[in-house]
Design a protein around this ligand. Structure first.
Ligand code: PLP
Length: 491
């Protein structure tokens, strides 16, 4: 308990000081309601001098331990109190307030729970409650919310060499390069490492422009490519572009998805030689796959007109959309290889690492000095990526996606038969969208999920979307399906 109250920075340098408020919160989390309340009220009376929201001093900690001794809290409860304090030393309210005070409000803060620990597909909040995660941090934590092997690798790497600029050779990257080629589509073997999906999309546009010497880019309606300046410019939803005066960019043209004539028209009108696309539109379209016919037509059109296709697999890649074992990318499922591919999210196992990948004949359009990155492909990122991708292969992740996808599809089809408000179900690998009758019901289901120990916060209009970790088990899928049944029933 003392260790949880007074931090030893040599042992846990990542922590700050434990506050009295957090101690009171944890006591109430762990003990039955009346008992917890009574103890906290006595502690507040007797230790009123302990400064609010300041780290407990050694003296405060000793006083607190003496006081707690008087209440004869059982060993199991006391262990849980210590465990929760070691996981989180600040009260939930303080954490929330700090975020509210200091955040530039570019996005809506999700404040319903404060996640403090992960275990496989599960996250525990600051109150000690566990939730099955259906978001995977936008498909980034597909191997779970905490990963001991990645943790060990990052610890070893940070101790030996924490960072290295992109343009210097290093061992961690060489190790990863020896492994990654076996997962890549044929011929996509030249990498430019970045740190976020948006950044990698920007760089893919630069490479395509350098190669084609074409200014104009064809993107698709309802496509999403990120929030950096270039990536948002080719993202369809105008509300993401307009505030930054990127809604009238002369070099960007949006074509209809799954409509080859619309693409032809755009190419004819603009003379562009660059197309950027998601093969399975996620974020903005509520999971809409391209048709095989459209992809075949697009590829032959591109060959005919010498057009470069950028395939954004930031969300889809590394097994998320697998329809068959071994399909690591959406383009594998369609049987095509793009000229440039953008990868991200999943392959760092939760650690930020992304890349633009291209072919021999395109790579040479980039010359030294055309770009640069301080952190791109740094040794920590490469180490995480090596361990994460190795795990994906060893765990046969694509087979798990295929099996769990079928389970979701079957279970959701049953729910669609049972409930009128379920209008449509879209399951593509483990990209899942359920069309309900209105957005309010989407929010209600998400709310009721929370009561049933499930965390799901993704939606697109009337679609509730799931991007569960690709390691999700059969039992966990059943848990989601039965919670969803209960949640819809209770509407
Ligand atoms: N591209 C696609 C298809 C995405 O889904 C996203 C994020 O959701 C991005 C790019 C942007 O990635 P990041 O948030 O890492 O910048």
């Amino acid at each position: 308990l003392y260790e949880a109250l007074v931090n030893d920075p040599a042992k846990r340098p990542e922590r700050t000081g434990t506050t009295f408020e957090r101690v009171c919160e944890v006591i109430q989390n762990v003990l039955p309601e009346n008992e917890g309340k009574a103890i906290v009220s006595q502690l507040e009376t007797r230790l009123g001098s302990v400064a609010s929201r300041k780290a407990l001093s050694e003296e405060d900690a000793h006083k607190l331990i003496d006081e707690l001794d008087r209440f004869e809290i059982g060993t199991t409860d006391m262990r849980e109190i210590v465990n929760q304090l070691l996981l989180c030393e600040l009260s939930t309210d303080e954490v929330l307030e700090l975020h509210r005070t200091y955040k530039i409000p570019v996005s809506e803060l999700e404040t319903d729970i404060l996640p403090v620990q992960g275990d496989g597909c599960w996250i525990m909040d600051s109150k000690g409650k566990w939730y099955l995660d259906l978001d995977s941090n936008y498909s980034a934590t597909n191997l779970g919310m905490a990963n001991p092997s990645i943790a060990q690798g990052l610890y070893n790497q940070a101790k030996t060499l924490i960072s290295m600029k992109e343009d210097r050779i290093q061992l961690a990257r060489a190790r990863f390069l020896k492994e990654i080629e076996q997962m890549m589509p044929q011929g996509l073997v030249n990498f430019y490492w970045q740190n976020s999906g948006g950044e990698a999309v920007d760089k893919s546009l630069k490479i395509a422009k350098a190669y084609t010497n074409s200014r104009d880019v064809i993107a698709f309606k309802n496509g999403f490519h990120g929030r950096t300046h270039g990536a948002v410019a080719v993202t369809y939803n105008e509300k993401y572009r307009r505030p930054f005066l990127l809604h009238e960019e002369e070099w960007v043209h949006f074509a209809d998805f799954n409509d080859i004539d619309s693409v032809k028209n755009a190419l004819d009108k603009t003379g562009s030689r660059i197309i950027i696309m998601e093969m399975v539109q996620g974020e903005e379209a509520g999971n809409r796959p391209a048709t095989q016919e459209f992809i075949d037509q697009l590829w032959s059109l591109a060959r005919e007109r010498d057009v470069v296709i950028i395939d954004d697999e930031v969300q889809a890649g590394f097994g998320r959309t697998a329809l068959k074992k071994g399909e690591w990318f959406a383009c594998d499922s369609y049987g095509v290889v793009p000229d440039i591919m953008v990868i991200g999210k999943s392959f760092g196992g939760g650690y930020p690492v992304t890349a633009v990948v291209t072919k021999e004949q395109i790579k040479n359009s980039m010359k030294p000095g055309y770009d640069g990155s301080t952190f791109g492909g740094n040794p920590m990122a490469m180490t995480a990526a090596l361990i994460a991708t190795r795990q994906m292969r060893e765990m046969d992740i694509t087979q798990n996606v295929v099996d769990r996808s079928k389970q979701f599809a079957d279970g959701l089809a049953e729910l669609q038969k049972k409930y009128d408000i379920v209008k449509e179900v879209r399951v593509y690998g483990l990209m899942i969208a359920i069309h309900l009758d209105n957005h309010e019901n989407v929010e209600r289901v998400q709310h009721r999920f929370r009561d049933r120990g499930i965390k799901s916060s993704l939606s697109t209009g009337e679609y509730i979307r799931f991007l569960p970790p690709t390691i999700i088990s059969a039992g966990e899928v059943n848990y989601v399906l039965s919670a969803l049944d209960g949640a819809i029933d209770s509407l």
